[in-house]
Design a protein around this ligand. Structure first.
Ligand code: SAH
Length: 350
């Protein structure tokens, strides 16, 4: 039988684990919770007796995600991680140091089944969903790693922009959001968390009603259905009008603006006509557009436009009163784009 992942448990669930599975009293739950938030393994929980730790090890695991390898950028302070999961799967993540604090990009699935034409994470499909504890495990182990280097650092912001489609693993992602926000845990503000989706419309409506004020990022990448369907299969299931309506619903229910991600792809979605159409589509919506020059993916012949075309696109959006910026590239030398590093390691990309 698989061992219980302690990081997946809510406070109440941890309490009943301590009482019922371990036969211990309630204060042990508090001790264990403190260790969990610090990224400790069961063996490191030294205020528990060796006997108790041994019996815990048989039925539970505290650190379901372990850093296998770190790839520091030589250009900036970005670091990329490969993590090992208990079942031998490998996932990746990246920490970026911004002036407003450390931002960690986390994965929500091993692989992805959304099939976006430009994305490396989806090339081998979805292997499995990550558990709440495996999503949280990425945060606690990187938090520990950066604090060991510099005690003034901590994971301040989280973006759910690694491998996987968060809303395709809805229940586990919602539980993760509640766990990471818990005062007894890492206590990270939901306002410092961005959830990025390719646009699973019914789940966007559901998220708007969870009472979790995260920033919703929507991977739009096209101003109309015809172009969107060429690069994102999900656009066949949910037309762009329904997607924008779901964004309006999110703004109305949460009071938070929506961020649109728009990866500029040469000859596909980078014309000034596209910029005009995009401005029309977003008129009256509280939003911001993040323009991302495409990270070339070797397996596909899709490329970024040159810098002048990117600037012209940005300028045109500005003229149409759309709030937009070009995303700063970080960790360019360490395969910053999602899914690329893992593929290199597991042998997918040659
Ligand atoms: N599944 C979610 C989150 C993961 S991807 C989503 O689709 O939003 C995070 C962001 O990176 C998405 O906007 C995705 O479209 C974008 N992305 C994927 N591959 C990319 C590439 N090669 N270049 C630029 N952005 C890419």
């Amino acid at each position: 039988m698989a061992r219980i992942q302690l990081l997946s448990l809510s406070q109440d669930e941890l309490l009943s684990f301590v009482k019922e599975d371990l036969g211990e009293s309630a204060f042990r739950a508090k001790q264990i919770a403190e260790w969990l938030a610090r990224g400790a393994s069961i063996d490191e929980m030294t205020n528990l007796s060796a006997k108790l730790r041994a019996s815990m090890n048989e039925i539970a695991v505290a650190d379901p995600v372990r850093i296998m390898e770190v790839f520091p950028s030589k250009i900036d302070e970005t670091e990329k991680f490969l993590y090992a999961l208990e079942d031998g799967n490998i996932i990746e993540g990246v920490i970026m140091r911004y002036h407003h604090g450390d931002t960690l990009c986390v994965s929500t699935q091993v692989g992805c089944r959304m099939g976006c034409a430009f994305c490396a994470s989806t090339l081998d499909g979805r292997v499995r969903d990550l558990t709440p504890g495996e999503i949280l495990g990425q945060v606690v182990c990187v938090n520990r790693y950066i604090r060991e280097k510099d005690a003034s650092r901590r994971v301040h912001n989280i973006v759910l922009m690694g491998s996987g489609e968060p809303l395709d693993n809805y229940d586990n992602v919602i539980k993760f959001l509640r766990l990471v926000n818990a005062p007894e845990g890492l206590n990270i503000s939901l306002r410092n968390i961005s959830l990025s989706t390719c646009g699973l419309v019914p789940r966007m409506h559901a998220l708007a009603r969870e009472g979790l004020p995260v920033t919703l990022s929507v991977s739009l990448h096209a101003p109309n259905d015809a172009i969107r369907r060429q690069i994102m299969p999900v656009a066949n299931a949910y037309p762009i009008d329904q997607l924008i309506a779901a964004c309006r619903d999110y703004v109305e229910n949460t009071g938070r603006r929506v961020v649109f991600e728009y990866a500029l792809i040469k000859g596909v979605n980078d014309s000034l006509e596209c910029a005009d159409e995009l401005a029309g589509l977003l008129r009256g919506l509280q939003c911001h557009v993040n323009l991302i020059p495409l990270n070339d993916v070797k397996e596909r012949s899709l490329h970024a436009p040159d810098r002048r075309a990117v600037d012209a696109f940005l300028k045109r959006l500005g003229q149409r009163s759309v709030s937009a910026t070009v995303r700063r590239e970080m960790g360019a030398d360490i395969d910053g784009a999602c899914g690329q590093l893992r593929r290199k390691v597991i042998g997918g990309a040659k």
